[in-house]
Design a protein. Structure first.
Length: 261
């Protein structure tokens, strides 16, 4: 039985491409298409995929670790989580509990107010916003805990059944001497035989550590879907709550969506 592993850093309110990768590792048709395009046979059966959260990755303030965008009437707006600025893995980054946005509004209240103001008239807002409010009502010391609460909630909303595992919970033997070797060892640690890399992976991955372990590497082919947003002139790459509140499911294309059971 074929088992696929993918990995991603624990971004704040990730965009749809994050969850597309998560969906792909449990979708036999998608994995089959990727393999056939490489001249390899499609799998006869696929096991529950494993999605590794790279909580060991270095925190970078200008990445998406503590911020993301929501749609507003004239484009988009960032929601930022106030965190301590330090050189450390994401799993060690602390949230500033009394942090304020523009030195005025407590960050949680600001986030919820902005989300309500811009999505309250969206078709599925009432279905999902109460659960997001509950997540925000909790106290979080670490950024990783907030991000994982939102990631797990969104995965559940999108009906994704992949096994989500923190890299820090893998054995020490999953850490290699190079980034590529670490990914190969992590794939091996969860007993997967296929590694699904991100879109740009073919530009930096060293395939030798995978080949030495008989691991097949395939690459995500993600095209951002368009869907009905609250405001005209579609803006891509928003936080995934944009799609959730507007269409109530994971959008695949203009005409197709992934239904929620």
């Amino acid at each position: 039985m074929t088992k696929v592993m993918a990995a991603h850093q624990p971004n704040f309110m990730p965009y749809l491409g994050f969850f597309d990768k998560m969906i792909s590792i449990i979708d036999e048709d998608i994995i089959g298409k990727y393999l056939v395009s490489m001249g390899l046979p499609a799998p006869k059966d696929i096991d529950e995929g494993v999605f590794i959260i790279r909580d060991d990755a270095q925190y970078v303030s200008q990445e998406w670790h503590s911020r993301n965008r929501i749609r507003i009437f004239n484009g988009s707006k960032y929601l930022n989580v106030p965190v301590e600025k330090k050189m450390a893995p994401i799993k060690e980054i602390n949230i500033i509990p009394d942090g304020k946005i523009n030195n005025k509004s407590p960050w949680k209240k600001y986030h919820l107010r902005e989300i309500q103001a811009n999505y309250k008239k969206s078709d599925f807002f009432d279905n999902y916003f109460p659960d997001l409010e509950k997540i925000y009502s909790e106290e979080y010391e670490l950024l990783i805990d907030l991000n994982m609460s939102i990631i797990n909630w969104l995965a559940d909303c999108f009906d994704i059944e992949a096994d989500i595992v923190l890299f820090s919970d893998l054995p020490e033997s999953a850490t290699g001497n190079t980034p590529s070797e670490t990914l190969a060892l992590a794939t091996q640690a969860v007993d997967a035989d296929i590694y699904l890399s991100g879109i740009g992976g073919n530009g930096y991955l060293d395939l030798k550590p995978f080949e030495e372990r008989d691991i097949t590497v395939i690459y995500q082919k993600y095209e951002h879907p368009t869907y009905t947003q609250r405001y005209p002139d579609f803006v891509p790459n928003m936080a995934s709550i944009d799609a959730l509140f507007n269409v109530g499911c994971f959008p695949i294309s203009n005409k197709e969506t992934k239904s929620i059971s």
